[in-house]
Design a protein around this ligand. Structure first.
Ligand SMILES: CCOC(=O)CCc1ccc(S(N)(=O)=O)cc1
Ligand SMILES: [Zn+2]
Length: 263
């Protein structure tokens, strides 16, 4: 089952040797979004992303997912609007996925699982001067979550898929430029759920405004299979473990309200 798969990943992956629950953490992520319990808020605006593909720098395997990293030394790739009052800078995006198409996402919608989930990670450049500061700061981060479904091939994703064989092992990095992450957003960026939560991997800090898009994107079965060809392990390790089920199990809502930008 998905739970067993997640347990296997936690046992397997050193990153999880730390306690998986933050002591006293009542705003942890991911969560199940119960649609009929979400509260419509007419003040929620459409997302305003303004990404500059020239700020794309590299793609690397960090031993838990693969990250596409952006130059965030200036306000060049930004996120505003939505539930946000401040301006946020894009620093990286990454994915979570399963060993099968039956599961893999971190958030669920009325318990519905998706085969994968994209996270676009931004930090509050009005309040902080570095990502590292914002990670543990109040209102520090904003992460856009986009569900992936298996269907037609995603043309914009293919450039990224073609780079993955070069970063099969933990710790490998290759140059990756001129990639516009806006191509990974669904056509509808008006409809989303938003709630206050945390990072879903250590340090699990509760500094995240989550923005989970209602509309998913489609990628092909073959594209997703290349994600699963990545490895958790470095080239030197004798036992090579395929990078799958790199998602955290859902966390208690603890009375939080999930707002929706749509009725
Ligand atoms: C200061 C070091 O902290 C980090 O590097 C945190 C990186 C980190 C960024 C985003 C996420 S997620 N899955 O919640 O979108 C988890 C962890
Ligand atoms: Zn993530």
């Amino acid at each position: 089952s998905r739970k067993e798969a997640a347990q296997r990943t936690m046992k397997l992956h050193p990153m999880w040797q730390q306690p998986i629950a933050v002591p006293g953490g009542h705003c942890q992520s991911p969560i199940d979004i119960v649609v009929r319990k979400s509260v419509f808020d007419s003040a929620l605006k459409p997302l305003a992303t303004d990404y500059d593909p020239e700020t794309c720098q590299q793609i690397w395997n960090n031993g838990y997912s693969f990250l596409v990293e952006y130059d965030d030394s200036a306000d060049k790739s930004t996120l505003k609007g939505g539930p946000l009052q401040d301006q946020f800078r894009l620093c990286q995006f990454h994915f979570h996925w399963g060993e099968s198409n039956a599961w893999g996402s971190e958030h669920t919608v009325d318990r519905r699982l998706f085969p994968a989930e994209l996270h676009l990670v931004h930090w509050n450049s009005d309040k902080y001067s570095l990502f590292e500061e914002a990670v543990s700061g109040d209102n520090g981060l904003a992460v856009i979550g986009v569900f992936l479904k298996v269907g037609k091939r995603h043309e914009g994703l293919q450039k990224l898929v073609d780079a993955l064989p070069a970063i099969r092992h933990k710790g490998s990095v290759v140059e990756f430029t001129r990639f516009d992450p806006a191509c990974l957003l669904p056509s509808n960026t008006e409809d989303y759920w938003t709630y206050h939560g945390s990072l879903t991997t250590p340090p699990l800090t509760e500094s995240v405004t989550w923005i989970v898009m209602k509309q998913h994107i489609e990628v092909s079965h073959d594209q997703l299979a290349v994600f699963r060809s990545l490895l958790f392990t470095s080239a030197e390790e004798e036992v090579q473990k395929s990078m799958v089920n790199n998602f955290r199990v859902q966390q208690p809502l603890c009375g939080r309200t999930v707002r929706s930008s749509f009725t």
